[in-house]
Design a protein around this ligand. Structure first.
Ligand code: ATP
Ligand code: MG
Ligand code: MG
Length: 366
């Protein structure tokens, strides 16, 4: 029997914990919020990140992993001396800061969106010119689901956005992508590598709405995505799972948008695609168990269920949909908040796309 400590108790922790059950893996979840999904799903311990007793319980685990990047440094430092923390804190340090992340990727020869770190308003004009007159201003840290971002088209807009965000920021050029895709790589301490499939992602307003496997990209693009992910996993001696978000350009070239040192929203479709799930892959990797590729074995898609402002989804109808699997996160409804997702599977990509469209209609997705 093995135990895995998980830092953070959101939906990713809930699904990691569930994936551990059939493997005989027990989880201890450290999460301060009493409203957090993994807590409400009654899956284990809640506490403050500085709670000594809770940290000691975690230190008794075989390994500690995480479901979000912004774990307080003190908690990590305490744990790191006592129990393996996987992925290693240096990998988090990199991926929680957009500038450090892009610089680390470029140092490996992996291309990113053009970017310009911004320290003061004086640089605004120069920066906007450097990225071609239009850009996306993002906070360097703590942004998710498109929060902490503004599209800017003039130096005036850029100054205003900097004032609104009031934090360290990075300005990115607008990438004219043909599609967005993602891919995860897992690596265990023994050095074995395994890959997820190339998944196609559709965002609206910076938030992921739908993911589809397989992506419409060519086999060659998928191969290059695996190579890029492997380059980073090996160079950084990854122990765990790392997800890459890419912009695919006309002609198939890939730029890295960002990376996450953990399971990812786009990988939720692996729960019902017939292969091993991204959650099982992360657990296996951090426990140093044998790995295998975790691409879905059949076409599948995921539709995010966002909080509604007008009409609740028709749950009865959703549960009657053939090939659909409902996954809820035990969260209160707040408009636009991720409350769950629906995975659909089918024999062909066409059928899966039809099923995803039906789910979107039932969810009232605009
Ligand atoms: P999450 O971590 O939830 O994926 P985030 O808040 O970190 O989201 P990003 O991934 O940086 O946000 O951006 C969200 C979406 O906004 C992207 O998936 C893409 O659709 C669009 N976007 C972001 N940056 C750019 C860019 N430089 N050029 C074109 N589109 C972009
Ligand atoms: Mg992000
Ligand atoms: Mg993103």
């Amino acid at each position: 029997k093995r135990t895995v400590g998980i830092l953070g108790g959101g939906q990713l922790a809930q699904m990691l914990a569930l994936a551990g059950v059939p493997l005989g893996v027990q989880t201890q979840i450290l999460e301060p919020s009493h409203q957090a999904p993994a807590r409400l799903a009654a899956l284990h311990l809640a506490a403050d990140y500085t709670d000594q007793e809770a940290l000691e319980t975690l230190a008794q685990c075989d390994v500690v992993t995480l479901e979000f990047e912004n774990v307080p440094v003190q908690a990590l430092t305490y744990l790191n001396g006592q129990v393996p923390v996987r992925p290693a804190p240096e990998i988090l340090e990199r991926s929680r800061h957009r500038v450090r992340e892009k610089q680390a990727l470029q140092a490996l020869g992996l291309e990113t969106a053009p970017f310009w770190p911004l320290h003061d308003v004086q640089q605004a004009e120069e920066a906007l010119l450097a990225v071609g007159g239009e850009g996306i201003l993002k906070t360097a840290e703590l942004g998710y689901d498109g929060k902490g971002q503004h599209r800017v088209r003039s130096a005036g807009e850029l100054r205003q956005a900097l004032a609104d965000l009031n934090a360290e920021c990075v300005l990115e050029g607008v990438v004219p992508f043909v599609r967005e895709v993602s891919l995860a790589v897992a690596r265990n301490p023994a050095g074995e590598l395994a890959f997820g499939g190339l998944i196609e992602n559709e965002h609206q307003g910076g938030i992921l709405r739908r993911s589809v496997f397989p992506a419409a990209s060519s086999a060659d693009t998928a191969r290059r995505a695996r190579e890029m992910a492997a380059t980073a996993a090996q160079a950084w001696q990854l122990e765990g799972l790392l997800t890459f978000e890419f912009f695919e350009l006309e002609g198939g070239k890939l730029l890295v948008n960002e990376i996450a040192p953990r399971v990812h929203n786009s990988g939720h479709l692996t729960q019902n695609g017939g292969g091993i799930s991204q959650f099982e892959a992360q657990l296996r990797a951090v426990l140093d168990l044998p790995l295998q590729d975790f691409a879905p074995l059949r076409p599948c898609a995921m539709v995010n269920l966002l909080g509604w402002s007008a009409k609740a989804p028709d749950w009865q109808a959703l549960l009657r949909e053939e090939g659909a699997h409902l996954h809820l996160y035990h969260k209160d409804n707040v408009p636009g908040r991720k409350l769950g997702h629906v995975n659909v599977v089918g024999d062909t990509r066409e059928l899966v796309l039809q099923r995803a469209a039906r789910i979107e209609a039932l969810l009232g997705t605009e």
